[in-house]
Design a protein around this ligand. Structure first.
Ligand code: CTP
Ligand code: MG
Length: 227
């Protein structure tokens, strides 16, 4: 199966509050996005990596990976889903029969081990699957005043991670339909769910964090140093 990686990297990192988009902040020797791209570009099953960039991006061209033969750029959109769709449109023109492995630029601690696990789930989940982590804490539902109304069954709750792995044709179709219908789409699976598909859950490593707040930088650096 031919696999095209899609990397939404067009965000501005408002919660990080740094002087540049968080994917360009340094983590050890290189930027967060450079780490993420290295993991994907070095995987032998991934034939192409399409990265979606902000229209005013001034940093990408300085990355050592920018001219890698497997790498292509597209202009992203206003929301993460718009950026993913822009890359999917491009992927359709390369090979509509391929599978998309969509992975956040802001998750630099991804390991080949998890990519392999997700790709390996294709036989079990021909409709597509996502990496996810089982919820560990006891979960509470509250009312509007912040008072606990009940305890939610934890065994059935998961944190949705990336990569998320779907057939390009199906994902492009469902994502564009869902966006046109103004459905709130925060990951690829939600577009598939909206279309009636039940994606598989593949348990992933808990160190595959999304760098979101300033505190996450130290945590990501720690995880990165433990190879
Ligand atoms: N992303 C994107 N296009 C957008 C918004 C986000 O490609 N219009 C990307 C980000 O670059 C990031 C991933 O989607 O790699 C996950 O989004 P998030 O963590 O929310 O990043 P930001 O939107 O940049 O951060 P914030 O929400 O704090 O502004
Ligand atoms: Mg965001």
């Amino acid at each position: 199966q031919s696999i095209i990686a899609i990397v939404p990297a067009a965000g501005i990192g408002s919660r990080m509050g740094a002087d540049k988009p968080k994917q360009y902040l340094m983590l050890g020797q290189q930027s967060i996005l450079a780490h993420t791209l290295d993991v994907l570009l070095s995987h032998e099953c991934i034939v192409q990596v399409i990265v979606a960039l902000h229209p005013q991006d001034q940093y990408f061209k300085q990355l050592p990976q920018a001219k890698h033969p497997k790498l292509m750029q597209v202009i992203g959109g206003g929301e993460r889903a718009d950026s993913v769709l822009a890359a999917l449109d491009h992927a359709m023109s390369i090979n509509p029969c391929a599978w998309a492995l969509v992975h956040d630029a802001a998750r630099p601690c991804l390991r080949h081990e998890d990519i392999n696990k997700l790709i390996g789930s294709l036989k079990q989940y021909p409709q597509g699957a996502i990496l996810a982590a089982p919820v560990r804490d006891t979960m509470k539902r509250s009312d509007a005043n912040g008072l606990i109304t009940n305890t939610v069954e934890r065994a059935l709750l998961w944190h949705a991670l990336t990569p998320q792995f779907f057939p390009i044709v199906a994902l492009q179709h469902n994502l564009s339909k869902a966006l046109a219908a103004n459905v709130s789409i925060t990951d690829e699976a939600s577009a598939m769910e909206w279309a009636g598909v039940m994606p598989g859950l593949v348990s992933g490593r808990v160190d595959n964090i999304k760098v979101t707040h300033p505190d996450d930088l130290q945590l990501a650096a720690l995880f990165m140093s433990q190879s």
